[in-house]
Design a protein around this ligand. Structure first.
Ligand SMILES: *Cc1c(COP(=O)(O)O)cnc(C)c1O
Length: 380
C-alpha cells in the first residue's frame, strides 16, 4: 500500500488504498482463483493461507478499504448482503433476545420470522425511530443485539444511531447497523457508537448491478467478531474471487457515483413533493420528512440515492404510473448506474406492511432532467 494514511476517504477509494501488484507494478490486483496453497518442506504454509473457504487474497484489499471507509477495526466480505446479515444473527446463541426495527429489509424480516426464531433467537420488533420505545423494549442482560437499518428500505425511516448505540450499550447489547442506503459516503455508524456495520455490497458499494455481495465491518476484533468470521469460513458463505475483484473495481468510483445519485435524488424528491398526483415523497433530504433532523445530524454530503413516492389513487395508480415509464427500469434492487423503480407491495405479497401506493425509486446516473421528465409524463 503506497498511500499516505491521512488522505480523504474518496482518495483512498479511488486508489483502492494505493495497492500495487508486487509482481508487475500494476494498479489493478490480479484475480487469484486458487482454492489451496502450498506448504514448505517444513510443512509450514508458505503464505499463511490454507484454503480459500477461509481466506482468499482477493478479499484483502476490498476488506481493508471498507475498514478504512467505515473507520472500523476489520471487515469480512460475504457472498451476499443476506449472508452478511444472517452471519451476525447466527453468531448469537439460542435464547438470546434481539431487538429489530419494525421497518426492515423485507427478506431479512422473512428470515428472522421464518428461521431465526426456530433456531431459538427471541426476536422482538420495535419502532426504532422512537428511541424511547427502543429504550423500553431493550432487556438489560438479556438483549444481546440491537439491529437497525437507516435510512430504512423502503420507507426511508431514519433511526438515530447514537441514541440507539447508547440504549444498546446500557443494556449490555451490541448495535448493528444495516447502512446499505446511507453508504460510507454519507454515514459512518461506528463513529456514532455502532459495533457492527453491514452492507448489501450488491447495491452502492459495487454499484453496477453485476455482483451479489455483502460485508460486515466491526469496531473491535473480539470474540463475537471471531464467531461472525467463523460463520463465513465454516458455514462457507464465501464470495468468489472474481466477485471480490469486481466489488473493489466498483468501489473506486463509489464517491462520485453516490454524490451524483444523492444530488439527483434530492432534486427529484423536491420536484415531486409538490406534484398534484403525488400523496407524499419519502426522502430524508426533505425538510418536512419526519426523520430529517436526525438524518441531517448523522448524514453528511447528501441523503442517499433512494426515495419512495406515494401516488394518489393507491396501487392501481402506482402500477399505471410505472407502466408508462420509458427511462426508469421496472426492476428490483437499487444502487446501480441505471434508475430503477419498483412497486414494493407487489413484491412483498399479502403479508407486506408497505403502503400499496408506494413506489421505491433508485436514482441512477442518467441526467436528472431526463429522469424528472420521464416521471412527469408518466404521472400525466
Ligand atoms: C438488498 C438489501 C439487503 C440484502 O442484500 P443482498 O445482497 O441482496 O443479499 C439487505 N439490506 C438492505 C437495506 C438491502 O437493500
Amino acid at each position: 500500500m503506497s498511500l499516505p494514511d491521512r488522505v480523504k476517504p474518496s482518495t483512498a477509494a479511488a486508489q483502492a488504498l494505493g495497492f500495487l501488484d508486487p509482481a508487475t507494478g500494476a494498479f489493478v490486483p490480479p484475480i487469484q482463483p486458487a482454492t489451496t496453497y502450498e506448504r514448505g518442506a517444513d510443512n509450514r504454509l508458505l503464505s499463511g493461507r490454507l484454503y480459500s473457504r477461509a481466506d482468499n487474497p482477493n478479499y484483502d484489499q476490498v476488506e481493508a478499504l471498507l475498514t478504512r471507509l467505515e473507520g472500523g477495526a476489520a471487515t469480512a466480505v460475504f457472498s451476499s448482503g443476506m449472508s452478511a446479515a444472517t452471519a451476525v444473527f447466527l453468531s448469537l446463541r439460542p435464547g438470546d433476545h434481539v431487538l429489530v426495527p419494525d421497518v426492515i429489509y423485507w427478506a431479512l424480516r422473512s428470515w428472522l420470522v421464518g428461521w431465526a426464531t426456530d433456531w431459538g433467537l427471541r426476536i422482538e420488533s420495535v419502532d426504532a425511530t422512537r428511541p424511547a420505545l427502543a429504550g423500553a423494549a431493550v432487556r438489560p442482560g438479556e438483549t444481546r443485539l440491537v439491529w437497525i437499518e437507516t435510512p430504512a428500505n423502503p420507507t426511508l425511516a431514519v433511526t438515530d444511531i447514537a441514541a440507539l448505540a447508547e440504549i444498546a450499550h446500557r443494556a449490555g447489547a451490541r448495535l448493528a447497523v444495516d447502512s446499505t442506503f446511507a453508504t460510507p459516503v454519507h454515514t459512518q455508524p461506528i463513529a456514532l457508537g455502532a459495533d457492527l456495520v453491514m452492507h448489501s455490497a450488491t447495491k452502492y458499494l459495487n454499484g453496477h448491478s453485476d455482483v451479489v455481495a455483502g460485508s460486515v465491518t466491526t469496531a473491535a476484533v473480539d470474540d463475537s467478531w471471531q464467531r461472525i468470521k467463523a460463520i463465513r469460513s465454516q458455514a462457507g458463505s464465501v464470495l468468489g474471487p472474481f466477485e471480490a475483484w469486481l466489488l473493489l473495481r466498483g468501489m473506486r468510483t463509489l464517491f462520485v457515483r453516490v454524490a451524483a445519485q444523492s444530488h439527483a435524488a434530492q432534486a427529484i424528491a423536491e420536484r415531486f413533493s409538490v406534484h398534484p398526483r403525488v400523496e407524499a415523497v419519502l426522502y430524508p433530504g426533505l425538510a418536512a420528512f419526519p426523520g430529517h433532523e436526525v438524518a441531517a445530524r448523522q448524514m453528511s454530503g447528501g441523503f442517499g440515492g433512494v426515495l419512495s413516492i406515494r401516488v394518489k389513487g393507491g396501487a392501481p395508480a402506482a402500477l399505471k404510473l410505472i407502466g408508462r415509464l420509458r427511462i426508469w427500469k421496472r426492476a428490483t434492487s437499487l444502487g446501480g448506474v441505471e434508475s430503477l423503480v419498483e412497486h414494493r407491495a407487489s413484491v412483498e405479497g399479502p403479508q407486506s406492511a408497505t403502503p400499496a401506493d408506494l413506489l421505491r425509486l433508485s436514482v441512477g446516473l442518467e441526467d436528472a432532467d431526463d429522469l424528472i421528465g420521464d416521471l412527469d409524463q408518466a404521472l400525466g
